[in-house]
Write a protein that binds this ligand. Structure first.
Ligand code: 13P
Length: 287
């Protein structure tokens, strides 16, 4: 069932668990995530970066693929199709293309411009029943080719943007995309607590979900985080499983090259990663 992400995230916040946002890159990735969410009776968010959408030939293709797969796979758990780190133009295009949720990442604009653009996109998204995530305080690491330093969001700015009526908020608290460096200081829970208090209980989003220790994930959920984004861990699992299969020469065995067989170990590895995250975030059985 394709839905916006508002209700599932409000429920997650109230029930003290988080819904996983898993980025998709192709049909296999999408199928693996949908199957696992259904098996575990968990709501799920499919995240699509602008780069991944371009790779898949555009937002319309992605929306049509996801809508058809939900139908043909008999997926009954709530699924949100969500633009990840959208630009102003990208967000508008997704609203037209049939996405059920968007993120507008205006964190690289000054706060006034971020507020103005977020206001406009919130009105537009809500007029079509689409949920919207906004961002304050950039998240470190690479976001679709752009390197961010990873700043801690200002609670007053978070309040301003939450008050615009957005549905959930990504606030930088020392989290970064990709692998965490050995000298990473960890999440800033004092900042998270201040942001949680200032924003009146709006569901908060934790980007950079790969490699955060279990206790930190649990603490973040207890402080209002209701959506956790995971991308790198699925990519690593996929790459590692595919590498092993190819190195064993298995892609050339039998009756000849079969692309479906080649992609199967990576797909299974994604399923295992998604299963593990759904358990950790506590969303199993919450559909
Ligand atoms: P990772 O790549 O660190 O898993 O983060 C994913 C993410 O935050 C996507 O927005």
């Amino acid at each position: 069932m394709l839905v916006n992400a508002t209700e599932m995230l409000n429920k997650a916040r109230d029930g003290h668990y988080a819904v996983g946002h898993f980025n998709i890159n192709n049909l296999e990735w999408t199928k693996a995530i949908l199957q696992t969410a259904q098996e575990m009776n968990s709501p799920v968010i499919l995240g699509v970066s602008e780069g991944a959408a371009k790779y898949m030939t555009g937002f319309k293709t992605v929306a049509a693929m996801v809508q058809s797969m939900i139908e043909s796979m008999n997926i009954t758990v709530p699924v949100a199709l969500h633009l990840d780190h959208g630009s102003y133009e990208g967000a508008k295009a997704c609203i037209e293309a049939g996405f059920s949720s968007i993120m507008f990442d205006g964190s690289h604009y000054d706060i006034e411009e971020n507020l103005a653009k977020t206001t406009e996109l919130t009105q537009l998204a809500h007029s079509k029943g689409i949920s919207i995530e906004a961002e304050v305080g950039s998240i470190g690491g690479e976001e679709d080719g752009v390197m961010g330093a990873g700043e801690i969001a200002d609670p007053a700015e978070c309040k301003k943007i939450a008050d615009l009526g957005i549905d959930f908020l990504a606030a930088g608290i020392g989290n970064i995309h990709g692998k965490y460096p050995a000298n990473w200081k960890g999440l800033d829970f004092e900042a998270l607590e201040r942001i949680h208090e200032a924003t009146g209980g709006i569901p908060l989003v934790l980007h950079g979900g790969t490699g955060i220790p279990t206790e930190m994930i649990q603490k973040a959920i207890s402080l209002g985080v209701a959506k956790i984004n995971v991308n790198t861990e699925c990519q690593l699992a996929f790459a590692e499983a595919t590498r092993k299969y190819v190195e064993a020469g298995k892609d050339l065995e039998g009756k000849g090259f079969d692309p479906r067989k080649l992609l199967a170990p990576g797909t299974e590895a994604i399923k295992a990663t998604v299963r593990e995250k759904i358990e950790l975030f506590g969303s199993a059985g919450k559909a």
